[in-house]
Design a protein around this ligand. Structure first.
Ligand code: SAM
Length: 290
């Protein structure tokens, strides 16, 4: 009999129960039998079984060890292949069928070691209904990895999805848009209402598919400086770009210099705001200010 799970708020546990949406996520990940999938936060396994049915293998990383029994039951019931019973290795990893579950924190996981152990060092496809409290750091960890995933199909809060996909000009466009689009092409897949989960979250969610780029869309002299300029530019959204950048003590740039770079170098008005600049223009600006 299925055990009742007490969802833990501190781990962002909102389990997806809507069958149609679970199918849609698994389908939108565009998996083949060659793919090794990294799932972050398998929870009780509702999505995991659908990924395992489509891919060669699933490696799942789950922080909450108390889900081991329930997850094991879900996976055993769906495993048609070899070893439907859970096997546990000395390090606590659970193996069932073509699924391996590691009970650890994804933010502390060595992705290179995971690739070496489960995919001959090659890139994973990532699929996850991400816990909201760590969605951004997880996505940035994946995108900035030395061997980024082939794709990341992730469910996040709708507002975060909109910020990742935003184009210049709107209020959603900001540091996260530039950071994500520097590494990947985002496409939105679908919206997911609160009633698709147990327990229901207070917010609407959305699924986004990120396809990492082979090379960044812009070449900058110094990527660290580029990101510092982008972050400082959006730090005070009501201020002009000159005032935002000019008031960042760590950059130590004079307003005259920033104005000159904008007007003479980029042919932009001196009173422009950060949200109007494309990634290309941020790249040119950071190179001029460096
Ligand atoms: N995949 C399941 C589903 O769709 O129903 C569960 C999704 S739930 C939103 C997020 C899952 O991520 C939970 O199972 C939670 O325990 C797990 N989780 C939270 N923080 C984590 C972390 N730092 N590393 C790995 N898993 C984490």
């Amino acid at each position: 009999m299925e055990k009742r799970i007490h969802a833990k708020k501190r781990f962002g546990q909102n389990f997806l129960t809507d069958e149609a949406i679970l199918e849609e996520i698994a389908e939108s990940a565009q998996l083949t039998e060659e793919d090794v999938v990294l799932e972050i936060g398998p929870g009780t396994g509702a999505l995991t079984t659908r990924l395992a049915a489509r891919a060669k293998r699933v490696v799942a990383v789950e922080i909450d060890g108390s889900l081991r029994e329930q997850l094991g039951q879900t996976l055993s019931a769906c495993s048609t292949g070899m070893n439907p019973n859970a096997l546990q290795t000395a390090d606590g990893t659970m193996h069932i069928g073509n699924v391996a579950v590691l009970f650890t924190d994804i933010l502390k996981t060595d992705l290179a070691a995971l690739r070496a152990e489960y995919n001959e060092g090659k890139a994973f496809k990532v699929v996850a209904n991400l816990p909201y409290y760590i969605s951004t750091p997880v996505i940035m960890k994946l995108l900035q990895d030395a061997v980024p995933p082939l794709s990341c199909t992730v469910m996040v809060q709708k507002e975060l999805a909109e910020r990742m996909c935003a184009a210049p000009g709107g209020k959603e466009y900001g540091t996260l848009s530039v950071a994500v689009q520097y590494y990947a092409t985002p496409e939105s897949v679908c919206e997911v209402p609160p009633h698709a989960f147990r327990p229901q979250p207070k917010v609407t969610s959305a699924v986004v598919r990120l396809v990492p780029l082979e090379t960044p869309p812009v070449r900058v002299k110094n990527p660290d400086f580029f990101f510092r300029v982008v972050e400082a530019s959006f730090a005070h959204r009501r201020k002009t770009l000159v005032n935002s950048l000019g008031s960042d003590p760590s950059l130590a740039l004079s307003k005259e210099r920033i104005s000159a770079a904008l007007q003479d170098g980029l042919h932009l008005p001196a009173d422009i705001r950060a949200e109007r600049l494309t990634i290309l223009q941020f790249a040119a600006l950071s190179d001029l200010l460096r």
